[in-house]
Design a protein around this ligand. Structure first.
Ligand SMILES: Nc1ncnc2c1ncn2[C@@H]1O[C@H](COP(=O)(O)OS(=O)(=O)O)[C@@H](OP(=O)(O)O)[C@H]1O
Length: 342
């Protein structure tokens, strides 16, 4: 896979083979682990999905040593500096992170990366995860070095755990959530592809039991969603709350809404030229899956792992009636009084 040279617009991503080799991802994670291990040992623990351990930190379960994990969250809280023009794309894993990264990147950078010259568009060449870095990974390797604005970041951190500088900066935050039953199914397949080989494969029953107890990375699911939902109610001009399902059902109008919220509304001229549709197509599951058939995002993360089937409702092929009812009941209780539907 050829990688375009770094420009002012694409952040220098540590998430490339080259820089992983140069800097040593494992070494960086080990350094962070050593810095925070005293804090980790005092935390409640459970079995992880990807690694041996999930730690309960600030009310949420975090894996031990991964790119987005307890130690990278702690390091971000200690050192991450937000800028007022930053844009944050927050999600729980498997809720549409890759898709929203592609859309936001394409929208914000559309004058530099034109949808008319698709063959050179970064999203036709590399994974959306390489175009938009995680806040959590800034603690490992800073990615924006050219004073580029706005900086686009994603994060899996719960609202209440965001670095204080993000909360204080009043930057724009986009939160995307997804039906918990589809999140569970997606996470189950993802974990079985990526978890430490020594742990063996998970059964779906095992995954379900952990999910319902809230034991997922950055979970409980319901608390994560509710945290951002409440924040969006309080600060609607700063936090946009989207669902994966709405995005699927009416992609065009939600992309327009996203562009407006981000401060990059489509002009009438662009609308007449079909720019919205071009961006929707560029970021569609089918297009991105094809681009990402081969290669790696970075060490241990094949490009194709982020594109499974991209549909609403695959849970019907995995959950028994009883499992479905249990999760429906939990969702009803936890989201009581909130206007969230899938
Ligand atoms: N462009 C686009 N459009 C629609 N759906 C998409 C797209 N890209 C990825 N996907 C599907 O999203 C699921 C992966 O979720 P995330 O991107 O949040 O995963 S991650 O947190 O970044 O690991 C995963 O869902 P499942 O297919 O149900 O497993 C992906 O297939």
């Amino acid at each position: 896979m050829s990688v375009p040279s770094t420009s002012d617009m694409v952040p220098i991503s540590f998430f490339t083979q080259q820089s992983v080799e140069d800097h040593g991802l494992e070494k960086a994670l080990t350094l962070l682990y050593n810095r925070y291990k005293d804090r980790l040992t005092s935390l409640p623990k459970e079995k992880g999905w990807f690694t041996e351990t999930l730690y309960l930190y600030q009310g949420f379960w975090l894996e031990s040593e991964r790119v987005t994990s307890a130690v990278t969250v702690m390091a971000s809280q200690d050192g991450f500096q937000a800028q007022p023009t930053d844009i944050y794309l927050a999600t729980l894993q498997k809720s549409g992170t890759t898709w929203i990264k592609a859309l936001a990147f394409a929208i914000v950078n559309r004058t530099t990366y034109k949808t008319n010259s698709l063959s050179t568009h970064p999203l036709q060449i590399m994974n959306p995860h390489r175009c938009v870095p995680f806040v959590e990974t800034e603690a490992l390797f800073p990615t924006y070095v050219n004073g580029h604005s706005p900086r686009l970041f994603s994060t899996h951190m719960p609202y209440t755990s965001l670095p204080q500088s993000i909360l204080d900066s009043r930057c724009r935050v986009v939160y995307t959530c997804r039906n918990p039953k589809d999140v569970l199914v997606s996470l189950f397949h993802y974990a079985n592809r990526l978890r430490d080989k020594s742990l063996g494969l998970m059964t779906f029953k095992e995954a379900f039991e952990m999910f319902r107890k809230g034991l997922i990375p950055f979970g409980p699911y319901w608390d994560h969603v509710k945290g951002y939902y409440m924040a969006a109610l309080e600060r609607p001009s700063e936090i946009l709350f989207l669902t994966y399902e709405d995005m699927q059902k009416d992609t065009v109008n939600n992309v327009k809404r996203l562009a407006e919220f981000l401060g990059y509304p489509f002009t009438e001229e662009e609308a007449a030229e079909g720019e919205v549709h071009k961006i929707v197509k560029l970021c569609s599951f089918e297009t991105l899956k094809e681009v990402n058939k081969h290669g790696m995002v970075g060490a241990g993360f094949p490009n194709d792992v982020f594109f499974r089937n991209g549909k609403i409702g695959d849970w019907t092929n995995h959950l028994t009636n009883e499992m479905s009812q249990i999760l429906d009941q939990l969702t009803k209780e936890k989201f009581d009084g909130l206007d969230i539907s899938f």
